[in-house]
Design a protein around this ligand. Structure first.
Ligand code: FMN
Length: 182
């Protein structure tokens, strides 16, 4: 499998979805919308990890060569639903994996806290979050067609180029293999 986009936004036809679809179509990346992943609210019960929706989600992340997280900024962080989704994962799927971050925001310089929040959480998985990151706000979209403007597409392209460079350089690590000391 190739790159997997995890879309942590909500409304159908919203800016987060428009952006996700654009990147997925333009670069031929797979994507998961967290609603469609159909994951439960994590409650700590062991049996949740046997649910088909959970095992299938984990497998998709595991087999990807890199992850793009796209989340709206909600009250200074990633969407709560995206955090719940990520809590089903572990280092086994994410350690050293290249991860790119994009926040959608309401304008007025919003979005940076969402990016920082996603970066901190990805650090907890030992993921390899690339330096370049992006905030996409309402000014990045055409007011009538609601599509991404060319300048925003360029910013996305620069991010994807850097992301693909890291994918090329980072060897895929098989965490199912035992280490020297285990
Ligand atoms: C509950 C909620 C909280 C929000 N909090 C913020 C925020 O802290 N900072 C910000 O820039 N935008 C905030 N917004 C605006 C969204 O991030 C913005 O509209 C984003 O583009 C949503 O994308 P969508 O069109 O996919 O829903 C908030 C929106 C909602 C619904």
């Amino acid at each position: 499998m190739g790159v997997l986009i995890i879309n942590g936004g909500f409304p159908k036809g919203g800016r987060t979805e428009t952006l996700t679809r654009y990147i997925s179509n333009e670069y031929r990346f797979d994507y998961i919308h967290i609603n469609e992943a159909n994951l439960p609210m994590l409650n700590g019960e062991e049996k949740q990890w046997q649910l088909p929706s959970v095992t299938s989600f984990i497998k998709k992340v595991q087999s990807s060569v890199g992850i793009i997280l796209i989340s709206p900024e909600y009250h200074g962080g990633m969407s709560g639903a995206l955090k719940n989704t990520l809590d089903f994962l572990s280092r086994e799927q994410l350690a050293h994996k290249p991860v790119a971050l994009i926040a959608t925001a309401g304008g007025g310089k919003g979005g940076i806290n969402c990016l920082n929040n996603m970066r901190t959480v990805m650090r907890g998985f030992y993921a390899n979050v690339i330096p370049k990151q992006l905030v996409i706000d309402p000014d990045c979209f055409h007011s009538e067609t609601k599509q991404l403007l060319p300048e925003a597409k360029n910013l996305v392209h620069e991010l994807i180029q850097e992301f693909e460079m890291y994918i090329k350089f980072l060897p895929t690590i098989d965490h199912t293999k035992k280490t020297k000391y285990s």
